[in-house]
Write a protein that binds this ligand. Structure first.
Ligand code: MG
Length: 304
């Protein structure tokens, strides 16, 4: 395979994963989770969200979570910021990196973000500008890049427009999200080839869900196409908000296993990561949605 020498894994479990967890997770568990993930070598751990607590009650404790973690040197802890009020809270909490969330699907943007794509980009403009002025790093999400639960197909031109706009606003990096998890390897490679002339590939990330069991294949396809940053969640944390019972984010363990076996460096200690996933599964009272974590835990059980 034609993979990069090293891949930066952006761990999104504590934010994107927990956001989709039905039961309230105690603040201390979130703090422990973030600290454990950083200690096993994940270079970026998306910590929480400053969206209004009425929208995502699970992450209403964002300030307490950030105040409670023990930052590991060199690890980045981005937080999701939906608007200027969220940025105020993030700045007050002393964050160094934020993420903003846009959709490539007009229909999704209207229905879930309550504004058109153009309006959401307009709303982010002062957020990104102020964040940059304050010296923060900014990550942009372009979601629904392979399909949309409402409009179905999402034209590549729309993905390109949103991605380029996010860079033009001042985002340091843009993460392409197959939020529904309907994409395939060929589709992902085609998308990246189409974007490549207009964006810097080393500033592009992929965030590919596993709803149809394609998360790993699609992520590897993106890495073969020249991307070297991938979003995943420990133990596949978080379901899919658009398909009940389906898997959500690609599991971090599954990607780490595939990459290490192919000689790609991630810096992640897989056994340590599985320790964390096993602990979290016990804490949440449900098994991990990761084939690799399941296999490692089963092997350990058989060995003991
Ligand atoms: Mg996700």
């Amino acid at each position: 395979m034609n993979l990069p020498e090293s891949v930066t894994i952006v761990e999104v479990g504590p934010r994107d994963g927990l956001q989709n967890e039905p039961g309230t997770v105690p603040t201390q568990v979130k703090i422990d989770l973030i600290d454990r993930l950083a200690r096993v070598g994940l270079p970026v751990v998306e910590a929480t969200s400053f969206v209004h607590p009425d929208w995502v009650p699970q992450l209403a404790d964002a300030e307490d979570v950030l105040a409670g973690i023990t930052p590991v040197e060199g690890v980045r802890y981005p937080v999701l910021v939906p608007n200027e009020r969220g940025l105020d809270r993030a700045l007050a909490a002393g964050v160094h990196e934020i993420a903003v969330f846009a959709a490539a699907s007009e229909e999704f943007s209207q229905r879930n973000l309550n504004r058109s794509i153009a309006e959401s980009l307009e709303m982010f403009e002062p957020v990104v500008r102020r964040a940059r002025h304050e010296g923060l790093r900014v990550r942009g999400y372009a979601s629904m890049v392979c399909g949309c639960p409402y409009q179905g197909e999402v034209p590549v031109d729309d993905v390109r427009r949103v991605t380029v706009s996010l860079f033009e606003l001042g985002c340091d990096e843009v993460s392409l999200g197959d939020t529904v998890g309907v994409g395939t390897g060929g589709q992902v490679q085609h998308l990246i080839e189409q974007l490549a002339p207009q964006v810097l590939l080393d500033r592009l990330a992929v965030h590919l869900h596993d709803t149809y069991g394609q998360g790993l294949a699609n992520t590897l396809a993106a890495l073969e196409a020249g991307v070297s940053i991938a979003d995943t969640s420990a133990g596949g944390l978080g379901g899919c908000p658009y398909a009940a019972g389906a898997k959500g984010n690609l599991a971090t363990e599954d990607l780490v296993y595939a990459l290490h076996g192919s000689g790609v460096v991630t810096g992640v200690d897989l056994e340590g990561l599985v320790d964390t996933t096993g602990w979290l599964a016990q804490t949440l009272g449900k098994p991990p949605a990761s084939r690799v974590a399941e296999a490692v835990l089963a092997r350990r059980h058989a060995d003991s």
